[in-house]
Design a protein around this ligand. Structure first.
Ligand code: IPE
Ligand code: IPE
Ligand code: MG
Length: 239
């Protein structure tokens, strides 16, 4: 296990580049997503071994519904297969499974699997694996504003009580600490509507590799880059 002091408590990953990986190999995009799902298994196990406490993976964004219907269906199928195949391993490795994102637009067969795996792993005390599914940060923030406004108009909350803590609690990520490290694979350097509030002070890391090529040693490298970063949180260095 790596040094506890330098291992990020929460790593968030935008798993990007499945399609380009497949294209480069002359394969259909589905091959990229299939290979990508294998990396999810490996990286989850490895993150747990390294002592990471929370791992949030961006699996499907609110904007990904705009992809061709057959790709959306395929992603939903892969997701269900992944959950079916993973539940034993999650249990064995003491990993707790959670999701963030708007659940109701997801197909029933996906929702059933999500609920089953969540329930099966709810007592696990090791790594918390958070899958962002139908997740969009702007939508999350708007939803939080609605919840808070409702509490104010019902007289349960005073305007002056609204602070960062109250706001954080109204997000999907209630109870999950902010990410320390954000990794986005494939060389793209954008956030794509992921955890806009929560990433305020995360260290950002953009490896060039496509997600299906992102292996344990690449994750290890990300952690070692993180360990060398100086996080100041607006303060000055202590010499
Ligand atoms: C990431 O890979 C997986 C999802 C967004 C679900 P992409 O499918 O975005 O792959 P590229 O970016 O087209 O290469
Ligand atoms: C972000 O990747 C969403 C996921 C990884 C699930 P996209 O490939 O959808 O993002 P853009 O379109 O390149 O910004
Ligand atoms: Mg992409």
């Amino acid at each position: 296990m790596a040094d506890k002091n330098i291992v990020p408590r929460h790593v968030a990953i935008i798993m990007d580049g499945n399609g380009r990986w497949a294209k480069l190999k002359g394969l259909p995009r589905s091959a990229g997503h299939r290979e990508g799902a294998l990396r999810v298994r490996e990286i989850t196990r490895f993150a747990a071994e390294q002592g990471v406490r929370f791992l949030t993976l961006f699996a499907f964004s609110t904007e990904n519904w705009n992809r061709p219907k057959n790709e959306v269906n395929m992603l939903m199928r892969f997701l269900t297969q992944f959950l079916k195949g993973q539940s034993k391993e999650l249990k064995k490795n003491n990993i707790r499974f959670l999701t963030i994102g708007e659940k109701h637009p997801l197909p029933d067969f996906v929702l059933q699997e999500i609920e089953r795996v969540k329930e099966q792993t709810c007592d696990n005390t090791g790594l918390v694996l958070v899958l962002a599914l139908n997740y969009g940060s702007r939508q999350e923030i708007i939803e939080a504003c609605r919840k808070i406004s409702a509490s104010v108009s019902e007289g349960k909350l005073f305007l002056k009580q609204i602070d960062e803590k109250v706001f954080s609690k109204a997000l999907f990520t209630d109870g999950i600490p902010d990410p320390d490290l954000l990794i986005r694979t494939s060389g793209e350097m954008r956030i794509s509507n992921f955890l806009l509030w929560q990433l305020s002070y995360a260290e950002l890391y953009f490896p060039k590799k496509y997600w299906p090529d992102f292996r344990q040693e690449d994750f290890k490298k990300a952690i070692s880059v993180y360990a060398k970063r100086e996080r100041r949180f607006g303060k000055v260095d202590v010499y």
